[in-house]
Write a protein of this length. Structure first.
Length: 154
């Protein structure tokens, strides 16, 4: 998180626009919302006055829906809207922290960041590991199903 704040400050908000593009792409996975084009959102934030406030609100709303679909409590949309008016550096920080938690990069227990698998082979290996634990009787079918859903992002 500190890295994100420092990038926002030391790049004179250039990092904000890079982050805006990436976040728009990430939040397109929300099922109830139509996808937004990251380039369009970036250009709107660059050239339309105060559009970044609207973007922060809508993106926080999408993030809340994504968190809800994964069973995580989140209520960022109003907070990000208010903060975007008065302290514009805080909504990106809050939203990035929530995205890190949703993607598994931060544990809610405060443990060290965990590496997330990036390839299908790594996902398959993790599934095989849990399947072997199930076959050996070390975990229950419910535990296996929960881990399988978590790994596959269901």
């Amino acid at each position: 998180m500190l890295k994100h704040v420092l990038l926002l400050i030391f790049t004179f908000s250039v990092w904000y626009f890079i982050w805006n593009y990436r976040t728009t792409r990430y939040l397109n996975q929300v099922e109830e919302e139509p996808p937004r084009t990251p380039v369009n959102q970036l250009l709107l934030c660059l050239f339309v006055p105060f559009y970044h406030i609207y973007w922060s609100y809508k993106s926080a709303q999408r993030l809340d829906r994504l968190a809800d679909s994964r069973g995580v409590l989140s209520d960022l949309q109003v907070l990000c809207l208010v903060l975007a008016f008065f302290v514009p550096i805080l909504p990106p920080v809050l939203m990035q922290e929530k995205m890190n938690r949703l993607s598994g990069r931060l544990e809610t227990t405060g443990e060290a960041p965990r590496a997330t698998p990036s390839t299908d082979e790594e996902l398959a290996d993790r599934l095989r590991t849990y399947k072997s634990l199930l076959d050996d009787g070390l975990i229950t079918q419910e535990d296996y199903d929960a881990k399988k859903a978590q790994i596959l992002g269901l």
